[in-house]
Design a protein around this ligand. Structure first.
Ligand code: BGC
Length: 767
């Protein structure tokens, strides 16, 4: 793109370009082009708000329950609302003739840049250019610049600039549009406009200040308080409008002081000016990408798409706040009401563990701060310990809606909140994963151990003993495969529960030796008895795992193999299976068709627990029966495919996951970016192709790159060092950066253990 803002743009490899315009793709593109900084997410809307636009401004942790079935992420007032009327006609991409249009999302710098050439009904041309960002450095500040040139004739223009507080949440099924805020204050203050709204039920105040300056034909910008004003644009003259705004909430500051703080902050931002803010923002992005970039040599397209996935992860992780988590659709849309699922601990957390461990810790602390609510949920159902809600929002209460839209559009009742209990061990798994990569004892003593003890307690009370078989069983559950509800002994649930139990015992022993005094404190706090720990091991050893001897595979749950066997033979042109025409979604539960990785998920998470033979046979069995109707599935299959030597298929699954949103593969990107798919895609590259595993605290690599990939370069934060790694099928290069001058780190590569010295290049060759 050539134009006023092109000088700010990164190199082509960082740019996602959208040429032209299509109404049908409007809301999908809005999700894709979301800007954000962890604190706030703002959908990539066109500033003039064409018909069909779905503005979305989401602030991490700001939920409300007014007029909706369940609390949901609030669509906050929209600061990106700027309309221009030329000679009576609205400059609108959906209404005027468009001679040329292009938008660019700069992944490297977090910028959204646009250039549109409009032509009005009389054929007069107007060149419109804009740039905007939500500062990564000054998190509560956003800024945009819009420049307009009348190319053919002088034009009278009317400007309307606002922070739109009439936005609503989109009700995806039964509820219709919902409004979550009411007006508290709207007033001009010196040269700024102030707007404050309050959410209906949680009473969170959201305060906006904004400042608009107009510069004509290269002259100095002059501030204006007017929200609507006229001007005459000469032929060839360019007018530029600069808007700087701030967003503060009473979650971070007392409601009483909010106005003062917001004004002060905007004042400071104004002094830095658009260019100053932009410079700080870009520098912050450069620091952000440092050590978080993944480079694929040999696949430029995949490289860029991967960068897009990582960008969306980066803008969804909030720094310095241990009371918020990441919802299934990040801060980019209304999907799933902004709720938090197991997606966070199993799909998203691993990225942050190795890229930004402080954010990973915060994500786990979010669960810790809600343990009391999880205790209450367990207690109400007659269990001990904690039962995390299947869907969680701000309070930690169960927020799963009673109804939802099925894949075919029909409305169905939801039972996940009553039965999808594997969330408990998923959180525990997240805790252990975090600890084994960071060695963060302080976290474990403060929060991690308590989470583990309470989750183990839950399973000990959830499992029932079958005297006949002498096994413990877990009945009436839904496993990750949500096509099969109310099943007994789902292998994923049971094996993860057993793992949760014995792992917790191991941690107990480890911390008992290292920090006995601290451990006693936790024991007292939650009245933990030593008999309980013994009981955990006893149950763990005896939990039933359905297994088919004749097939040599793990059976998904009791009776799964007796269901109608349907092989998914037809593939679409992305090589993904399609549901046979004679099977309706309503009946899918009567068959062996699986919604998403379930047994395969288990084998990925606990690789040491299954023999090679069982893994291969199970993969070959389930691969033919899994429909991948959840974005949580293809990435995990990709990894397992690599592990069993099916790299070609692993690559196809990877591609599907990689483009899940960029190409709207699930048809619902409009509702926001699929967070789990972002994290799963990262895992497919790092854990799948480079074969990285955290084997009980030992970083291990078993590369199996697709044929056309020369190498993958990436970094992993590992305890107190940063591993810079370049992996190819024949060799692995390390640079283990550490503050310790001497010393080394042990790594496992190609099945042997090596000592990699700190701060030196070190190459390991495949023998
Ligand atoms: C999947 C769940 C997932 C949820 C949110 C569902 O379709 O089956 O595993 O947690 O979406 O992403």
């Amino acid at each position: 793109m050539k134009g006023k803002f092109s000088k700010y743009l990164s190199k082509e490899e960082w740019l996602i370009t959208d040429k032209g315009w299509s109404k049908d793709e409007l809301s999908v593109k809005e999700s894709l082009f979301t800007l954000g900084n962890g604190y706030i997410g703002s959908r990539g809307i066109y500033e003039e708000i064409p018909d069909g636009t779905e503005p979305g401004t989401y602030i991490a942790g700001v939920y409300d329950a007014a007029a909706s079935m369940v609390p949901e992420l609030v669509n906050a007032p929209n600061p990106i609302d700027f309309r221009i009327i030329v000679e009576g006609e609205k400059l609108d991409i959906g209404r005027m003739d468009i001679l040329e249009s292009e938008r660019i999302l700069d992944l490297g710098k977090g910028l959204l840049v646009r250039k549109t050439l409009f032509s009005d009904t009389k054929g007069r041309r107007f060149l419109y250019q804009s740039l905007r960002f939500f500062s990564l450095r000054d998190k509560r500040i956003g800024a945009m610049q819009i420049c307009l040139k009348a190319l053919d004739k002088p034009a009278r223009i009317i400007i309307q600039d606002t922070v739109d507080d009439s936005v609503t949440n989109i009700g995806s099924i039964l509820e219709g549009r919902k409004r979550h805020t009411q007006l508290v204050d709207v007033s001009p203050i010196r040269d700024m406009n102030y707007l404050c709204v309050k959410t209906f039920t949680r009473k969170i105040w959201l305060a906006y200040t904004s400042f608009l300056a107009v510069a004509r034909a290269g002259g100095h910008p002059v501030g204006t308080l007017n929200k609507i004003f006229n001007m005459l644009l000469k032929k060839g003259e360019m007018a530029c409008f600069t808007k700087i705004f701030s967003i503060h909430t009473s979650k971070d500051f007392s409601a009483r002081r909010l106005k003062k703080i917001a004004i002060k902050e905007l004042h400071r931002a104004k002094e830095l000016g658009f260019d100053g803010l932009l410079k700080r923002h870009i520098a912050a992005w450069q620091r952000k990408w440092e050590a978080r970039e993944v480079k694929i040599d040999g696949d430029r397209e995949a490289q860029k798409a991967l960068c897009f996935n990582i960008y969306h992860l980066l803008i969804s992780g909030k720094e310095g706040d241990d009371n918020v988590s990441i919802g299934a659709r990040t801060l980019s849309g209304n999907g799933y009401h902004g709720h938090i699922f197991w997606d966070t601990e199993i799909f998203i957390l691993p990225f942050f563990i190795y890229a930004d461990p402080k954010i990973a810790r915060n994500l786990l602390m979010y669960r810790f701060h809600r343990l009391n609510e999880a205790r209450r949920i367990a207690g109400e159902k007659g269990y001990k310990g904690v039962l995390f809600p299947w869907e969680s929002a701000d309070t930690g209460k169960e927020t799963t809606p009673a109804y939802s839209k099925h894949l075919d559009g029909s409305i169905i009742e939801i039972h996940t909140m009553d039965m999808e209990h594997h969330i408990v061990s998923d959180v525990a798994y997240g805790v252990c994963h975090y600890f084994s990569a960071t060695g963060d004892n302080e976290f474990m003593l403060k929060a991690g151990l308590e989470i583990l003890f309470e989750t183990a307690r839950f399973w000990a009370s959830r499992a029932t003993y079958n005297k006949k078989t002498k096994k413990f069983e877990i009945k009436k559950v839904i496993g990750p495969d949500e096509f099969h509800e109310d099943v007994n002994n789902n292998a994923y649930t049971n094996r993860m529960a057993a793992w949760n139990l014995y792992k917790t015992k191991e941690f107990y022993k480890y911390f008992d030796k290292k920090y006995p005094r601290f451990l006693r404190k936790i024991e007292r706090k939650i009245s933990l008895k030593s008999e309980e720990i013994e009981q955990w091991a006893h149950i763990a050893d005896r939990i039933k795992i359905p297994f088919s001897k004749s097939k040599g595979i793990i059976e998904e749950f009791d009776g799964y193999l007796r269901k109608k066997d349907v092989l998914l033979k037809t593939l679409n042109h992305y090589f993904m299976p399609v549901l046979p025409a004679d099977i309706s979604l309503k009946d899918v539960g009567k068959t062996q068709i699986v919604k998403q990785a379930d047994i395969i998920m288990l084998m990925y998470l606990l690789p040491e627990e299954f023999t090679k033979d069982i893994r291969l046979k199970s993969y070959l069995y389930y691969v033919k029966r899994t429909l991948h109707k959840s974005s949580l599935s293809p990435s995990i299959y990709s990894i397992l495919a690599c592990e069993v030597g099916d790299v070609t298929r692993g690559y196809l699954y990877f591609l599907f996951s990689l483009y899940a949103d960029l190409k709207n593969r699930y048809g619902n990107t409009r509702e926001g970016i699929h967070a789990a798919s972002l994290g799963g895609t990262w895992q497919a590259v790092i854990m799948g192709f480079s074969g990285f595993r955290n084997m009980e605290g030992l970083p291990s690599f078993e590369p199996r790159l697709p044929g056309h990939w020369r190498n993958i370069k990436f970094c992993l934060k590992w305890k107190n060092s940063l591993l810079r790694i370049s992996v190819s099928n024949k060799k692995i290069k390390f640079f283990a950066a550490s503050k310790r001058k001497k010393g080394s780190i042990l790594v496992k590569c190609f099945n042997s253990v090596y000592k990699v010295p700190f701060n030196k290049n070190y190459i390991i060759y495949k023998k």
